[in-house]
Design a protein around this ligand. Structure first.
Ligand SMILES: *Cc1c(COP(=O)(O)O)cnc(C)c1O
Length: 261
């Protein structure tokens, strides 16, 4: 989310700003908070990618009114399925605790129409085991990130995203942009990787605004979303997980280089 474009999008109906710490790269939290304060809006961060991400003052998750993490199996820290909501005070936490348990306060008192958003013990147990290994996992991811960057350097038309720096990043993903003068399209590269047994992902593609239930909306028009549309056509995320071997990384890069002809 480009903070310079937020104000123009605020209407009398706006109640909150919902930025995404995309790929674990922190949003401009100070600028966003300033705008929220000016317009009396809440800030709810989609922090699905941001487990372990920090800034100078500590965890990035302390910003905004809420930060929502995903612990899905594809994330840096996972419990198979699950997540967490980070909030700044005990009162908000209590409200969330009620809502995630059908609105129950006790056996006979229900304060709101809640949902079943509880985490099961099995999921939590997996998470606790993972927590013991998380430092090693983040370190391994950093090494993989470094090797990818080194091997991909100088390939015309392949652009790595800027490194957020080891103090900040969690190396959740390894996105690259496929652009001119790279000789084949992003989709062709995706297919060639697949043929070579490498399952890369096009995050985020298709855009949500292209799905049938949204594409009729005025706000979903492509002309309103030039940056997202361009990113959706050029981004490919290369395999990134702590079990990746140097051999496998070289194999991935060989396919990327192979397309150069
Ligand atoms: C994974 C993801 C979600 C959804 O998380 P779930 O745990 O599957 O609900 C939301 N936002 C982003 C940016 C994600 O990557």
């Amino acid at each position: 989310m480009n903070p310079d474009r937020i104000e123009a999008a605020i209407t009398p109906q706006t109640t909150a700003i919902m930025p995404v710490h995309c790929y674990g790269h922190p949003c401009d939290v100070d600028k966003i908070q300033k705008i929220a304060d000016n317009y009396n809006l809440r800030v709810i961060y989609d922090a699905a990618h941001a487990f372990g991400v920090r800034d100078d003052g500590g965890s990035i998750l302390r910003h905004g009114d809420l930060s929502v993490l995903s612990f899905h199996a594809t994330k840096v820290f996972n419990t198979f399925e699950g997540g967490a909501i980070i909030c700044p005070d005990a009162k908000t936490k209590q409200r969330i605790d009620h809502l995630k348990n059908f609105g129950f306060v006790n056996e006979t008192t229900v304060v709101a129409p809640g949902i079943n958003g509880k985490m099961s013990e099995i999921n939590a147990a997996l998470g606790l085991l993972q927590l013991k290994r998380i430092d090693g996992i983040l370190l391994k991811r950093r090494e993989i990130d470094e090797l990818y960057r080194q091997l991909l350097e100088g390939i015309p038309g392949i652009q790595c995203l800027s490194d957020a720096g080891e103090k900040v990043a969690n190396y959740a993903y390894f996105p690259i942009l496929v652009k001119d003068p790279y000789p084949v399209s992003r989709d062709e590269l995706y297919e060639r990787l697949k043929s070579a047994g490498v399952f890369a992902r096009r995050y985020f593609y298709p855009l949500i605004s292209d799905f049938p239930m949204y594409r009729g909306l005025h706000t979903a028009q492509k002309s309103n979303l030039p940056v997202a549309s361009e990113a959706a056509e050029k981004v490919i995320c290369l395999p990134m997980h702590p079990g990746l071997t140097n051999e496998q990384i070289h194999h991935v890069v060989q396919v990327v280089i192979g397309c150069e002809g």
